[in-house]
Design a protein around this ligand. Sequence first.
Ligand code: TXA
Ligand code: MG
Length: 325
Amino acid sequence: MIKSVTEQSIEDAAEILRGGGLVGMPTETVYGLAANALNGRAVAKIFEAKSRPSFNPLIIHIPTIEEAEKYVEINEAAQKLAHSFWPGPLTIVLPRREDCEISELASAGLPTLAVRIPAHPAAQKLLKACGLPLAAPSANKSGTLSPTTPEHVQKSLGDKVDMILAAGKSEVGLESTIIDLSTDTPVLLRLGGIPRQEIEDVLEREIALSTTDDHSPKAPGMLLKHYAPSIPIRTNAIDLNPGEALLAFGSDKFMGIKGGGAAKDLPEHSRANLSEEQDLYEAASNLFKMLHDLDRPEHTAIAVMAVPETGIGAAINDRLKRAAS
Ligand code: TXA
Ligand code: MG
């Protein structure tokens, strides 16, 4: 349902977001597919709606720098760029704070988080009305063009979003520039709305363009760095080897350990369940958190029970497969 921006429609959209739904959100770059970034199930719906074959980390939209400080470590370079370009089409990747409450699914298990303060007045109003950080990739199906009008969103995702907040054509029409400031050497991950030269002028140094990013045409097939646990992953497990941790999906009541013993008697730090009810949204929202929790040197591997390939299950399996190889 498309609604043009009014005080009422902003409040309706905020209500949908607070309830864990999806909203097509206007920004000055492109329309975003927004969900409450604190709610892993809501974030899982984004991946499902976009039919993303895997979990890429998402950009977190916030209304102010003070709000950003709750989630990421803001360093000097970030201060400078924020001062010059926020609100606006610049996304900055920074270390997640220890106490960061953003869903680990939103940053795909990475220790960093991409944040942006959008300049569009409707996005600003929506962020303030809902009082939540919003995870929002471009509001289009994976592999299709980014949407710059509400009609584009309707055509690509009309049946997947709870509401589209319409504010005409996106002014910039190009995604945000992404800069990684999580290490001492700044790296551009994506060229976009803010020119490279302007960023170099503010930071008073040359900045390399990443060649390992999946947006760079110079390096086809080279993917963004992905989180993987430091111990092996074994998929489609039907029983456990001694020393393995268990990541269950559904009941593990009857799962045995080779040589004797039952999975259900493992200590708490060796056993987690993606979803007892076999709910794939819940499983997706728990995936990275639980892999982190089970990734301990006393385990020889993490044995993961089979997850069905349907819907978002395909993305879960994709990530497990990559971590396993
Ligand atoms: O203009 C934009 O940035 C739009 C509007 C809606 O804000 N959003 C957008 O999101 O283009 P999306 O999901 O299409 O692109 C986000 C990209 C990811 O594919 C990834 O390359 C990068 O941002 N990214 C996000 N978090 C990251 C992280 N922690 N480290 C490295 N790259 C990250
Ligand atoms: Mg995109």
